[in-house]
Ligand binder design. Structure first.
Ligand SMILES: [Zn+2]
Length: 577
């Protein structure tokens, strides 16, 4: 045995050394695990018991399980508690910031269809909204006088619906006031441009220039171009207009984002972002300078091809940026007579609008998109375009969980109303369009079809998921308060017409608020994180001057934004501005 044991000892030596090494290793591991646990769990525990920030005021949560609150505690951008002030205040420690406000907080306003870069550009252009033709020409004359020699003059937002008679303008009218300056004035819908003769010459648009696919060059009786370029015909001047640099784009996007915070927006769906725009969002996100959540719809063939290769980016920076949808166009807009109708325009009997994409091409893109998990959001305004997008979705066997969207859905027949619901297609509508449509929709489509235009309540009653947006700057206003007012009163942002346009399409304040909060959240796959002030969700809210339920509906327009909060950070504070 001794021998054996010696032998064992001999043999044991390395084994014992091995055991020691093993024990030491286990101890070492335990120490590492303990240190790691201390480092990781201690702050986690602290995070779950103490708030970074507490907001004290009045909250309407839009959460039926817990509809009101006096305070909200925020930790790491999310709601830690919502309830009575005394309950929430228990979650404070020395480091907790306390912010009090007056007014009423609602879940943050979202805009399901807006053009971020477009708003930035618009802020740097002449604003022609609501002006008569004489006022516009006077404004152009003044701008031309102060522009550098030969410099461009850009304007935006004109609508012949404000003029007498309400007819499209001409290059000749601009020539009188514009001297040697090229002038391009975008119609309110962004679907047509009024240019002067200088621009027609530079772009080499003559009586012999053919209409491009999906576009129209308007001509006079002598077949001379009038200076009105519709839809894809606007591309003809793109090559002669000064191209914005990356720096121009970034400056404009920053300006638009600042504007959103003032409007009380906490989340916007950018209805067509190119690769530069998405790069700028990512850059701002990296520098913690993105004050609004962005749901970017990828726009344009180039950007779509890029994303079909790289795949979706559904959640960047704690829900601040998502790129997981494509924006496509089937037709133009109603005001410019580019919306695709099944029967001719009432005020242009030979015209049915423009088809910007065939069903077959859309079907192909849908298949490519689905393989990669992209949502497909299709612009369709005319009844024919809406029918075509639903046909194509149906043929593709689109499933409920894919949440495909029709952007605008401005003219919906009764048959298509039911199909929206049956196919589970989201309607992304623009209540603020009541302004434009009340001015000329009946001229365009006549007294019968006008009942298919902007059917808010009908869509709601049919059980269709609705998300509200403004399409700004291609509309009268980008403010969610104006959008709320338009939804509830069916008046324009300017309060017209007095009795409301197609007023049986009104919805109540609660339905409207849902379309401005939870509706867009669902349309962006964010309903678990946004849309109500509920524990665990992002601390995004908009503080209004009053409770919209307490005001007569005609007084809603007087609401003001007191404060905007995104992920627990104050992005706008009226008392500091
Ligand atoms: Zn749009």
């Amino acid at each position: 045995m001794h021998h054996n044991s010696n032998g064992n000892a001999q043999r044991d030596k390395p084994t014992r050394a091995g055991t020691w090494v093993f024990h030491a290793f286990v101890l070492f591991l335990l120490a590492i695990i303990t240190l790691w646990a201390l480092a990781v769990f201690a702050p986690l525990r602290a995070r779950s018991t103490a708030a970074d920030t507490i907001f004290i005021g009045r909250f309407l949560t839009l959460d039926p399980a817990n509809p009101q609150g006096e305070a909200i505690a925020v930790s790491a951008g999310r709601i830690l508690a919502v309830g009575s002030r005394s309950t929430v205040e228990k979650l404070t420690n020395n480091a907790t910031r306390v912010i009090k406000f007056s007014g009423l907080a609602l879940p943050g306003f979202a805009d399901a269809h807006i053009h971020v870069a477009g708003i930035g550009a618009q802020l740097e252009r002449l604003d022609l909204r609501g002006l008569t033709k004489a006022e516009i020409l006077a404004k152009i004359a003044k701008a031309a006088r102060s522009a550098p020699p030969g410099g461009w003059v850009f304007g935006e937002g004109w609508d012949e619906g404000f003029w007498q008679p309400p007819v499209f303008p001409t290059a000749k009218e601009l020539d009188v006031v514009s001297g040697d300056h090229p002038v391009a004035l975008f119609r309110i819908d962004g679907h047509s441009t009024w240019v002067n003769s200088k621009v027609l010459t530079r772009a080499k648009i003559t009586r012999d220039t053919p209409d491009p696919n999906g576009g129209a060059i308007r001509h006079d009786a002598a077949h001379q171009p009038t200076g009105m370029l519709v839809d894809n015909a606007q591309e003809l001047i793109r090559s002669v207009t000064p191209k914005p640099t990356y720096a121009d784009k970034e400056r404009r996007i920053r300006a638009a984002l600042r504007q959103f915070t003032r409007w009380g927006l906490t989340s916007v769906h950018d209805a067509g972002a190119d690769l530069d725009t998405i790069a700028i969002y990512k850059d701002l996100l990296k520098r913690a300078e993105l004050p609004v959540r962005i749901y970017a719809m990828v726009g344009g063939d180039k950007a779509r091809a890029h994303y079909l290769t790289s795949g979706p980016e559904p959640n960047l920076g704690n829900g601040m940026l998502a790129v997981r949808s494509f924006k496509l166009f089937l037709d133009g807009a109603l005001g410019s007579r580019g919306a695709e109708l099944a029967a001719p325009y009432t005020d242009a009997p030979g015209e049915r609008g423009l088809q910007l994409m065939t069903n077959a091409d859309l079907g192909k893109i849908i298949q490519d998109a689905r393989k990669k998990g992209f949502q497909v959001n299709v612009h369709a305004i005319g009844d024919r375009a809406v029918t075509r997008v639903l046909d194509t979705f149906e043929l593709a066997g689109v499933r409920k969980e894919e949440r495909f969207r029709v952007e605008h859905a401005s003219m919906v027949t009764d048959d298509d109303l039911a199909r929206f619901a049956r196919l589970h297609i989201i309607a992304s509508i623009q209540p603020v369009f009541v302004g434009e449509y009340s001015r000329w929709a009946e001229d365009r489509v006549g007294p019968t079809r006008v009942h298919w235009v902007l059917r808010t309540r009908d869509l709601l009653n049919a059980g269709v998921d609705l998300a509200a947006g403004t399409d700004y700057p291609d509309s009268d206003s980008g403010s969610p308060i104006d959008n709320l007012y338009c939804l509830v009163t069916r008046r324009s942002a300017a309060g017209k017409p007095e009795p409301g346009w197609q007023s049986d399409e009104r919805v109540d304040v609660d339905q409207a608020l849902r379309m401005l909060t939870g509706g867009p959240a669902f349309a962006a796959f964010q309903e678990e994180d946004l849309g109500s002030l509920t524990v665990g969700r992002y601390a995004d809210f908009t503080v209004l001057s009053d409770d919209p339920h307490d005001l007569p509906i005609n007084g809603l327009r007087a609401l003001t934004v007191q404060m905007t909060v995104v992920g627990g950070h104050v992005t706008f504070d009226a008392s500091q501005n």
